[in-house]
Design a protein around this ligand. Structure first.
Ligand code: ZN
Length: 444
């Protein structure tokens, strides 16, 4: 048993309980008890004590859209690659990089990303993988590393026609084989979805091929109307919106994530709502790629389950929350906008998205939920309580305030020291492999 105490507990339960000088007891992978430190110390005198040092004890963050495969691109520059639009960004960087990645580089990208997740208090990651030079076994490799590092994941491979029919078919097989594996995994640490790139790189035949092979009814994870060119391509080619096209092909539903949803209209939003499709907003990526601003407030108001992701930009969910908050205020020219919606997307909706996949509650501190818990060293210098805690987090914290990360009841970082792996060795290996990858891309 583990007893975590000497801090204030943010539970994220239905009553939004904030427990001053609270404590949590963990048994195996679950939260076993919650109360005051005094009570729990008397009840569980034998438990191993983890000191929160007066900070915050809270559920780990959940990232609902990430691209682990992009990790080794940090600092990369490819001469002559000066994109003027989103398609050129994909063609000039990402579609080149994912063709060159070796299995070793895939493994290292996963290792360094999961370490960064643990460091930033992210305990569950929904990933969208691509490695067109090494498709077979790539999801299994990422899953192997996830198990080694102890991070909860939901993985998918980005199916696309962009590298030809054979590779499209291989990428479908990788998804289907991995889905079957994940569905039979008893640990509830690994889940799977059928990954798809985007409407403009998926023909009708490919969509039908995927749906026919998806016998286990896995949900889909797809980029929707991220660039305006995707929306125009769909209208020109199929005479309908992307959302409508995906609906007609049977892609939408309660287990499907439509990432971005920038260039959509109200009838699309109605379709997303009616099918129970989830949406994930990635503000930093959208701004960086200059693709426009998703009207997340309209999606939220409609009642669509909309969460927050990072799209590979960062593993710090609070960075994504800060940018989302500013972007919506800026875009709507309304300083009162988004105070409630953005924290709800991160703290409540990402949890609801995750709960559509995992067998027990997570992202919440309550008895019987998975013990995915972090400790933050944040010390408020103004009063903090259940009504203003999200403002404290928004303005006062970032991911690096995390000092201790526990996932599935196992301590993965304690007082900023990793228990899973020595990070210095991994850093050296990553730098070396990044060099090889950059050379293969003609970069520097
Ligand atoms: Zn993405």
């Amino acid at each position: 048993m583990i007893l975590i105490g000497n801090g204030n507990v943010i539970t994220r339960d239905n009553n939004n309980t904030y427990l001053e000088n609270g404590a949590i007891c963990i048994e195996n992978q679950f939260i076993y008890d919650i109360g005051s430190l005094k009570e729990l110390q008397i009840r569980y005198p034998e438990a191993e004590f983890i000191d929160a040092h007066g900070g915050l004890i809270m559920p780990g963050y959940i990232n609902t859209h990430n691209h682990i495969y992009s990790a080794l691109a940090r600092g990369l520059s490819i001469p002559g690659n000066n994109p003027s639009n989103f398609l050129e960004i994909l063609q000039g960087t990402w579609w080149k990089l994912d063709l060159e990645l070796t299995m070793k580089q895939i493994a290292l990208s996963a290792k360094i990303t999961f370490l960064d997740c643990i460091r930033n208090g992210v305990t569950t990651v929904f990933d969208h993988h691509a490695s067109y030079g090494n498709i077979k076994g790539s999801l299994f490799k990422v899953a192997e590393i996830a198990k080694e590092m102890g991070v909860r994941t939901c993985l998918s491979y980005e199916i696309s026609d962009r590298d030809g029919l054979d590779k499209m078919k291989q990428s479908v097989s990788e998804n289907i084989e991995f889905l079957e594996y994940a569905n039979h995994d008893q640990t509830d640490m690994i889940k799977a979805m059928i990954g798809m790139h985007a409407s403009f790189t998926l023909s009708d035949e490919t969509l039908e091929y995927c749906v026919n092979l998806n016998k286990e009814n896995g949900g889909y994870h797809i980029h929707v109307a991220e660039g305006i060119s995707d929306a125009i391509h769909c209208k020109d080619t199929y005479q309908m919106s992307i959302v409508e096209r995906l609906y007609k092909k049977g892609i939408l539903g309660k287990k499907t994530i439509a990432a971005h949803c920038i260039h959509i209209d109200d009838s699309d939003r109605n379709r997303l709502l009616e099918t129970g499709t989830m949406v994930v907003h990635n503000p930093e990526s959208n701004m960086g790629n200059a693709v426009g601003c998703s009207d997340v407030l309209a999606l939220y108001k409609k009642g669509i389950l909309i969460g927050l992701g990072t799209d590979g930009y960062t593993n710090d969910m609070l960075e994504s929350m800060k940018v989302a908050n500013l972007l919506q205020k800026h875009n709507s020219e309304n300083p009162s906008a988004a105070w409630t919606e953005i924290p709800t997307m991160l703290f409540m909706n990402n949890k609801k998205i995750a709960e559509r996949f995992y067998n027990n509650p997570l992202g919440i501190i309550e008895k019987g939920a998975y013990a995915d818990i972090i400790i933050s060293d944040y010390q408020p210098f103004t009063p903090m309580n259940s009504t203003n805690m999200n403002s404290h987090i928004l303005f006062g914290m970032n991911g690096r305030n995390t000092i201790t990360t526990i996932i599935n009841g196992k301590v993965r970082m304690k007082d900023r020291k990793f228990t899973v792996i020595e990070d210095t060795e991994i850093l050296l290996e990553c730098r070396e492999e990044a060099n090889h990858l950059w050379k293969a891309l003609g970069g520097e």
